[in-house]
Design a protein around this ligand. Structure first.
Ligand code: SDX
Length: 437
């Protein structure tokens, strides 16, 4: 069934403007808010809609992810995130997001082999890393290396060819952990560690990050399973800023590697994927439970410019369901490595308790989001703060690719080109420098 078939155009919205009446079609999806189709508004009325930040704008149709912010619901192809996090694996979730259905045993085995066989990076790309300063932020390295992939994998850049789209998606999902691990190794001056085909997706990633040539690396299966669950939690999230960036970049026909690099760059911002790094830095700055009231007061003082990182969400006005699973996973990891008394966890739990009882946060419906607990967990596993958003990017790659693929296959999609409300100077004549003071 095409995307078009899944839409039911029904009631009309009546607009009375400048003495004219205009009927706008209302579309209804499977579930969630209906949309008013304003596609003909400018042509019929000479007016644009105005919605900075797109708080009331649906940019596309999609069958991939559904979020009910008020109820704290997140579904991927109809399956609740809690069930996927508990019962699925990241690669099985990748298959689901990309293909729309859970794989059979045979399909999953084949898909796992396809990904495993693509984990190596073109050897010449390793020279890229040597061009960066040792203290380069790994996200800067990731933006550069992923953007350069179109120079090495040119045979999977023709987005009109479904086979090349599949190869590009497999290559991205398979190589992102290798690229991320190489950025980490480079930053700590250790030799890069090559992927192994006998390890799981996250076991391989842990080995490439924390293994070394001097000894056999033993995968901690509890940590590998926890990291796999963290990847599932971060896999896709509807039309968030970085996904919207990937869709907009793809709408011009740019190659998939360049579009994913654009998504990585957008994710890096502290208001988005960079919040896990910012949240951990904030917890470290708070340091002890007795300093929490000082920071709660700062977060409520508009003039401070300070926000509780890891709190609030554009869509969730209830608990972020991923944050609840993330908090449980955080406890499991800390327990498994004997760090359940981590002082930062104490600060995080107390900060969450106080904030959730505070009128300011209750009124503004500010709850912990996925980034609040992920930082503590990743730090406990052994990742430096600078790698937190890199891991978010590794996990989100499948969401970007699923949305990219859906956009290319949507016959209604065309190049994204928003308009504006112009508030600049009216027409005026140029004054040559000889006539100016
Ligand atoms: C992610 O979109 C996605 O789906 C993103 C994501 C994904 O999976 O892709 O879920 C991942 O990006 C999660 C969000 C991570 N960011 C942070 O944790 C940074 C801290 N949070 C924010 O800056 C903020 O809450 C946003 C950016 C997440 C949401 O911003 P909005 O929807 O534009 O809300 P807003 O900035 O207009 O804030 C509304 C009000 C404001 O007060 P008023 O002007 O109404 O008086 O709430 C206040 C804000 O000052 N507010 C906060 C706050 N977040 C919002 N006050 C204190 N601390 C905060 N964290």
């Amino acid at each position: 069934m095409t995307l078009k078939d899944k839409i039911h155009s029904e009631a009309l919205a009546h607009l009375h403007l400048d003495g004219k009446d205009l009927d706008l079609v209302i579309h209804k999806g499977t579930v969630g808010p209906r949309v008013i189709d304003v596609g003909k508004l400018y042509k019929e009325t000479g007016h644009f809609t105005y919605d900075p930040g797109f708080t009331s704008t649906a940019s596309c149709k999609s069958k991939i992810t559904y979020i009910d912010g008020a109820a704290g619901v997140l579904l991927h192809r109809g399956y609740p995130i809690e069930q996927l996090a508990e019962q699925s694996t990241y690669l099985e979730t990748c298959y689901l997001l990309l293909n729309g259905e859970l794989p059979s045993k045979k399909e999953l085995l084949k898909y796992r082999m396809q990904i495993t066989k693509h984990t190596m990076l073109h050897e010449q790309m390793t020279s890229f890393y040597k061009g960066f300063r040792r203290d380069a932020h790994p996200m800067a390295i990731m933006c550069g290396v992923v953007g350069a992939m179109s120079a090495f994998y040119h045979d999977s850049t023709d987005i009109s060819d479904p086979r090349q789209r599949t190869v590009a998606a497999n290559r991205m999902i398979a190589k992102m952990p290798t690229i991320a691990a190489m950025a980490y190794k480079y930053s700590i001056g250790q030799p890069i560690s090559y992927p192994r085909n006998d390890l799981s997706y996250t076991g391989n990633f842990l080995k490439m990050c924390f293994g070394n040539p001097c000894e056999e690396f033993q995968v901690n299966e509890v940590v590998a399973r926890a990291l796999d669950r963290i990847f599932i939690l971060h896999a896709d999230h509807e039309q968030n800023a970085s996904t919207a960036t990937v869709r907009l970049a793809s709408s011009s026909g740019a190659n998939p590697f360049a579009c994913i690099a654009a998504g990585i760059a957008c994710l890096w911002g502290p208001a988005h994927g960079g919040a896990n790094e910012a949240a951990l830095n904030m917890l470290e700055e708070i340091g002890t439970v007795d300093r929490i009231p000082e920071y709660i007061a700062k977060a409520k003082d508009k003039t401070s410019g300070f926000r509780l990182m890891g709190f609030g969400h554009r869509v969730y006005k209830n608990f972020d369901p991923r944050a609840l699973v993330m908090r449980k996973t955080c406890h499991e990891v800390l327990e498994s490595i004997g760090r359940e008394d981590d002082p930062l966890l104490k600060v995080a739990l107390e900060l969450e308790r106080i904030a959730l009882e505070d009128d300011y946060f209750i009124k503004k419906k500010l709850y912990p989001n996925i980034d609040f607990y992920s930082g503590i967990t990743l730090r406990a596993i052994g990742f430096p703060v600078s790698m937190f958003t890199v891991l978010f990017a590794v996990a989100r790659t499948v969401g970007w690719l699923a949305q990219w693929k859906e956009m290319i296959e949507d016959s209604e999609q065309r190049i994204g080109r928003p308009r504006q409300l112009y508030i600049g100077e009216p027409l005026r004549q140029f004054v040559p420098i000889s006539q100016r003071n």
